[in-house]
Design a protein around this ligand. Structure first.
Ligand SMILES: Cc1cc2nc3c(=O)[nH]c(=O)nc-3n(C[C@H](O)[C@H](O)[C@H](O)COP(=O)(O)OP(=O)(O)OC[C@H]3O[C@@H](n4cnc5c(N)ncnc54)[C@H](O)[C@@H]3O)c2cc1C
Length: 476
């Protein structure tokens, strides 16, 4: 019988234009995608596994089949915990390294679906369109990614760049059946593995920019849509021992070019409405559910870096030094801070006007904003603990079966580990701190949620400062 994962892999052979090294590639057979596809297959197979189904899924009210818990609209604290457990299960399977396995985008969609009636005032078709899309995506296990940013061509604001010159995604024509779009969007993480792109602008638009103010669910195989991949960081399977993360978890990032792409009206969720788009971008349900997933994953990833640091410190006998203990203490502090914020967001959760039980966004926002400095700092700690050990490595694990093997076993060993285990440990760490994949992850954690500087400024603007003001008032 065809499994969910078989169906998923087959569904990627849908005529999509995925470009890598100047060629259109089939992601189901191109070796740069094989390792990651195997990881996604492993995750999808959980839906077929009796001991995992309930952990990662819930039964669709329409089909009675298990679907991903990211689609669960939480109506209680227990539902929220169920969502958290499923995110933990998926992120622990890749130690938090794969971040866009769709659970983030699916959570966004679930939030918009739950709050859909708020947007009827902007477009009476919105609630129906989002309901149809949500139910189809949920029951067909559709993968999707969110892509918001305009291409980085000219970020200056004065003078306002010409829309076409600036590469902005805009409606060029409308027909009875839908709209035609041209322009580009960056960055779409995991786009080659997705079925749909959820597209809307990141920045606030004004009334003069109506042709940019749209929210769409675009099928990735739309004619004229090009997924232009960055260089692949995937190590082939022969290198799995040397690059355990790059060989399995390269999600890929891409620039999406729309060259006169047709999108049918049922996939045009909102259009020509800057105010509606700004409200939907700021939607509390969507933001709370999506970033709840993001910080659960962040927690797993920070734990992973901490685990490596502890193991490395012991392996080279550096764990006896006070400053190394202090660094590991800081790593543990970071993990526990995020853990505490997740728990606080859940326990302080509240039911909104649509009976959705949402985690408290203040704690979620704080954890998300901390992540942009916590992760690079964690990587720095790891470097300071392992030092030159990340470079004192044989070129390949295969060297241990070569003629120098007895000598290598003597000189590559650690204080607590034999040479092969020590080498595996340091290669794992190098894949996180020194490989192209590892560098990409530092950039990812800094920027995936937007510019961290502007995110903190938003927190400053949106927080209630009255309490702080009152504290000082008595001195004035
Ligand atoms: C690995 C990776 C994966 C990503 N995946 C996704 C994804 O799947 N979906 C998605 O939508 N996005 C994704 N992003 C993109 C992310 O949304 C952007 O990187 C982020 O919003 C920052 O924008 P930018 O990269 O265009 O930086 P820019 O805006 O070009 O910033 C460049 C510099 O200019 C400064 N600057 C620019 N404009 C201003 C301003 N108005 N005020 C003050 N300073 C300014 C910035 O602070 C920065 O120093 C990803 C990013 C990375 C790195």
């Amino acid at each position: 019988m065809e499994t969910i994962s078989d169906k998923f892999i087959k569904s990627l052979q849908d005529g999509r234009n995925v470009w890598l090294n100047g060629e259109a590639v089939d992601v189901t057979s191109n070796p740069n995608f094989t390792g990651t596809l195997a990881t996604i297959k492993y995750l999808f197979d959980m839906f077929e596994h009796p001991s995992k189904q309930e952990l990662i899924g819930f039964k669709s009210p329409k089909t009675g089949q298990y679907v991903h818990t990211a689609y669960l609209v939480p109506n209680s604290y227990e539902d929220l915990l169920k969502r958290r457990r499923s995110f933990e299960e998926w992120s622990q399977a890749t130690d938090g390294v794969m971040s866009r396995l769709s659970d983030y985008a699916r959570s966004r969609l679930t939030g918009w679906y739950a709050a859909r009636e708020n947007y009827r005032k902007y477009d009476e078709h919105f609630p129906g369109k989002i309901k149809n899309y949500y139910e189809g995506a949920r029951d067909e296990h559709r993968m999707m990614c969110v892509v918001q940013r305009d291409p980085q061509i000219n970020r200056s604001q004065v003078p306002l760049p010409d829309e076409k010159e600036a590469g902005l995604l805009r409606i060029t024509r409308k027909t009875e059946d839908g709209i035609i779009l041209s322009g580009a969007k960056m960055i779409a993480t995991a786009a080659p593995y997705c079925h749909d792109l959820i597209v809307y602008p990141l920045t606030k638009l004004n009334e003069k920019q109506k042709d940019l103010a749209h929210m769409l669910a675009v099928p990735v195989n739309s004619p004229g849509l090009h997924i232009v991949c960055r260089e692949s960081f995937a190590a082939d399977s022969a290198k799995q021992m040397d690059y355990p993360l790059s060989s399995q978890y390269d999600e890929m990032d891409a620039l999406i070019i729309f060259d006169e792409v047709f999108v049918p009206w049922e996939r045009v969720l909102l259009h020509d409405n800057p105010e509606a788009i700004w409200q939907i971008k700021s939607d509390l349900a969507s933001n709370s559910l999506a970033y709840h997933q993001a910080i659960v994953r962040l927690h797993t990833k920070l734990e992973f870096v901490t685990a490596i640091a502890i193991e490395i410190a012991a392996a080279i006998g550096a764990d006896s030094y006070l400053h190394v203990q202090e660094k590991i203490g800081k790593l543990i502090n970071q993990v526990q801070t995020i853990s505490g914020l997740i728990i606080a967001s859940e326990s302080q959760g509240k039911v909104d006007s649509h009976s959705t039980f949402l985690p408290d966004f203040c704690y979620i926002e704080t954890a998300r904003n901390l992540g942009s400095t916590y992760y690079p700092r964690a990587i720095e700690m790891l470097q300071l603990i392992g030092a030159g050990g990340f470079i004192q490595l044989p070129s390949s694990m295969d060297d241990f079966s070569g003629p120098l093997s007895p000598l290598l076993k003597q000189y590559f060993k650690g204080a607590t580990l034999d040479a092969e285990k020590r080498t595996k440990l340091f290669k794992l760490a190098w894949d996180l701190i020194g490989s192209p994949l590892g560098s990409r992850h530092q950039l990812y954690e800094r920027y995936y949620a937007g510019d961290p500087i502007r995110n903190l400024a938003v927190q400053y603007h949106s927080s209630d400062k009255q309490h702080y003001k009152q504290m000082i008032e008595k001195y004035l």
